[in-house]
Structure formats: C-alpha cells, structure tokens
Write a protein of this length. Structure first.
Length: 78
C-alpha cells in the first residue's frame, strides 16, 4: 500500500523532488483502479479526456483509489 500522506504532504514531497510512481488509467474500471491503488502506486490519474465517463463511474473509481491508499488525479477534457 502506498504511504498514507495527506494531499498537502504529497504536494510538498513533489515540490521537494521526491519521486512518486503512478499510472494513467484509461480502462474506466473502478475494480482495476482499486486493484492498482493496492499495488503500491503513489498516484493514479483517471483519464476522462479520452472517452465518455459519467460522474457515477468517476466517483466509483476515485473511491476505489482512495480505498487502496493512492492519491487520485483526474484529467479532464479541455
């Protein structure tokens, strides 16, 4: 499980140059998102820019990521 740090601490660590390991998720699967979050990644980025994703699916993916201990980011359409 990734380190349980606050969002503020996570940003401060990034600013200080601490390496963080993560992935872009294009699967739109809450199950895969949660499994990856339990795999030790520091962050997972949900890509909503490429392909339709409703708010319910996005919410489920973010909940799964949080449950796994990773930080979540969302890429939105421009």
């Amino acid at each position: 499980m990734a380190n349980a740090v606050s969002g503020v601490d996570f940003k401060n660590e990034l600013r200080a140059g601490a390496p963080k390991l993560g992935l872009f998720l294009n699967s739109h699967s809450p199950t895969i998102a949660e499994q990856l979050a339990h795999s030790g990644y520091d962050w997972l980025l949900v890509d909503t820019q490429h392909g339709p994703m409703g708010n319910e699916r996005l919410s489920a993916m973010l909940a799964g990521i949080a449950n796994g201990g990773a930080k979540s980011l969302v890429r939105v359409e421009g």
